[in-house]
Design a protein around this ligand. Structure first.
Ligand code: SAH
Length: 335
């Protein structure tokens, strides 16, 4: 896909856009069938040593209650209350090496011993030794987003470290045998169309198993609290672009799309996404896992299943990590 065509796709609206989304959906169906994966996320810590300007968990946010969940509570959620449609678990946190050492690594080991669930983690930039300990404990997929693929813009956003370091982390993970998913935030303050094209291209070239795009939501108690949100239509078009560029990758529909419009999540699935997420972080904790606002939109099992049905899909019975490991690493295709 040439840059002019990619820009045309990103800008498309109306009938042209519907045509692109239909192509994205058909491409998803060809590789993955009419199916979406259902994962569950548990947000185990809201401590964060990073200071990303757009994120409510940034270390300078003194308004936020910080927590680390107790292992016993997570065990009960995962081993006794897991919704039957869930095939994969994602353990997520602010960048908190303490929770990784004390809680996540033993938990991953226990999940691996007791279940056949796919195990994803999203824990930020850690040292390679911790990545390896997580991998050895049995985690399969590491989610680490670029946030923005322009090095200067990355620094302006106060994203973790530098873009070259983030890319180094992705390569180190791949070298350790991880499947890696990465992505970006669409509509971050200061982001230009050139940045978006550069980011989507960079993601397409990396040795990834998954891609994501989340529209920017102005976060309470962040630097950008008063800024406008990202454009949902262009973010949905980015889902289609990612699907057509790398048909073999996992692409999530994200709850931020539903914050912008009640149909956002279903439309992402129709445009080529193939992963949904049920949030299992219990009340009392999730208010303090604040990416955007304290009052969160929580994707329950019922919301997720109904979105999958509305998109004309059905939940996969097999975990995404199992299906992914049967596909080779996806390299860009010509469309
Ligand atoms: N600390 C971990 C991940 C936890 S945050 C890490 O660094 O990888 C999970 C994701 O939320 C981030 O990667 C970012 O893409 C997203 N996010 C944070 N603030 C956001 C905002 N205001 N709008 C949209 N997405 C946001």
């Amino acid at each position: 896909m040439k840059n002019t065509e990619l820009t045309g796709l990103l800008r498309s609206r109306g009938i042209g856009q519907a045509g692109w989304h239909a192509r994205g959906g058909a491409c998803r169906a060809e590789v993955w069938g009419e199916k979406a994966f259902v994962r569950a996320v548990v947000e185990v810590s809201s401590y964060c040593r990073q200071n990303c300007s757009y994120c409510g968990m940034r270390r300078d946010n003194k308004e936020l209650g910080r927590y680390r969940m107790e292992a016993e509570i997570i065990r009960e959620i995962l081993f006794e209350q897991l919704p039957p449609s869930v095939t994969d678990i994602n353990i997520q946190a602010g960048e908190d090496p303490v929770v990784v050492r004390e809680l996540v690594i033993p938990l991953v080991r226990e999940i691996r011993e007791k279940t056949s669930l796919g195990i994803s983690v999203c824990l930020g930039t850690l040292d390679t030794k911790q990545y390896w300990e997580l991998r050895e404990a049995g985690a399969d997929l590491y989610i680490i987003k670029l946030e923005t693929g322009n090095a200067r813009h990355y620094l302006d956003m106060l994203s973790p470290g530098t873009l070259p370091k983030r890319l180094e982390a992705i390569r180190a993970l791949v070298d350790q045998g991880w499947m890696v998913s990465s992505g970006y935030i669409h509509g971050l303050p200061g982001q230009t169309e050139e940045h978006v094209v550069e980011t989507i291209r960079l993601l397409a070239e990396l040795p990834l198993s998954g891609n994501s795009v989340s529209p920017f939501i102005a976060g309470q108690d962040t630097v950008w609290a008063e800024s406008p949100g990202g454009c949902l239509e262009t973010a949905l078009n980015a889902v289609t672009a990612m699907r057509l560029l790398n048909p073999n990758r996992i692409i999530p529909a994200v709850s931020a799309m539903n914050i912008l419009h009640p149909d956002g999540y279903v439309r992402a699935l129709k445009a080529g996404a193939n992963l949904t997420t049920i949030n299992l972080t219990p009340e009392g904790w999730r208010e303090n896992y604040q990416l955007y606002k304290k009052d969160r939109l929580i994707m329950s099992e019922q919301r997720v299943i109904s979105a999958i049905e509305k998109a004309g899909l059905e939940p996969s019975r097999v975990s995404m990590t199992e299906v992914l490991s049967s596909l080779t690493h996806s390299t860009p295709v010509t469309v």
